[in-house]
Ligand binder design. Structure first.
Ligand code: ZN
Ligand code: FE
Ligand code: FE
Ligand code: ZN
Length: 268
């Protein structure tokens, strides 16, 4: 299938210290794969050094410059400037400040940090996910995810069911977790992404699960497809599969963002 109707808006750069490939190299990969647009969304800086997997605030100009360089080298590809922002309750003011620091095309809201201050997707804490921990992690994560959606700070939200990354899921019907988030998406008109990185993780499935996609579609929530590429080889990865799922759920359109204004594009 042609990927020309699609944009890959969730990609990273070496400034986050755990990705390879500068914007120019990712742009070359995106052009090679025939994507319509490419957007960069590296992990947002914090006001002071915070953890070891994001750019420092002083590196923001270099990030913007690297994206501009890719734009100059690949004028035929629409290249967008974004950030993947960590939603952390109490830090909303910082996100508002960041929003004014560049001409962002979009800001993605993601939850990696649980309220007790550790990252749900960090292999360092893998052992916490098994046994009785699973249920508690999912409860805490989805509560935070709903807050992230309702904050109104973001143009769309990232990898909805991230806590399944290592393959641990609570027993039974998982709609008890999805429902609150889908209601929040529908009520606030916030889009979410189908993120193909999960296909490359132990959970071996895109984020979110197909059932979430179906429920979101029934609720009229707009959707995007993204790779969460941390290397050029991952740009547009799994897009055929993700689009097939979106279509199977009844989705007919996806979104583009320019300077935080969205427009709808038909899935070819
Ligand atoms: Zn990352
Ligand atoms: Fe993320
Ligand atoms: Fe990411
Ligand atoms: Zn991500």
């Amino acid at each position: 299938m042609s990927l020309a109707c699609l944009a890959d808006y969730h990609t990273h750069t070496p400034l986050c210290r755990h990705a390879e490939g500068w914007p120019v190299e990712l742009a070359r990969a995106a052009a090679g794969r025939g994507l319509g647009e490419l957007g960069f969304s590296d992990h947002n800086p914090m006001p002071a050094p915070f953890d070891d997997w994001r750019m420092l605030i002083g590196e923001l100009p270099r990030y913007i410059e690297a994206v501009a360089e890719a734009r100059a080298k690949f004028p035929a590809l629409n290249i967008k400037l974004g950030l993947e922002c960590d939603f952390i309750a109490g830090q909303e003011k910082w996100i508002e400040q960041l929003a004014g620091m560049a001409e962002w095309d979009y800001l993605i809201g993601s939850v990696h940090y649980l309220p007790d201050g550790w990252e749900v997707d960090n292999p360092k804490y893998l052992s916490r996910h098994s046994g009785a921990g699973t249920e508690e992690i999912w409860r805490s994560y989805w509560r935070t995810y709903e807050q992230c959606i309702r904050s109104g700070l973001f143009d769309f939200v990232g990898h909805p069911d991230l806590p399944k990354k290592f393959g641990f899921r609570p027993q039974g019907d998982l709609r008890r977790y999805y429902d609150g988030a889908i209601a929040a998406l529908a009520e606030t008109g916030t889009p979410y992404e189908i993120n193909t990185a999960g296909l490359r993780k132990d959970c071996a499935e895109q984020y979110p699960a197909f059932e979430f996609i179906q429920l979101a579609q029934s609720a009229g929530v707009p959707v995007l497809v993204s790779s969460d590429a941390h290397s050029p080889a991952e740009v547009g990865a799994g897009f055929e599969e993700a689009v097939a799922l979106a279509r199977a759920a009844g989705c007919t359109h996806t979104l583009r963002f320019t300077r935080r204004q969205r427009s709808s594009v038909a899935l070819a």
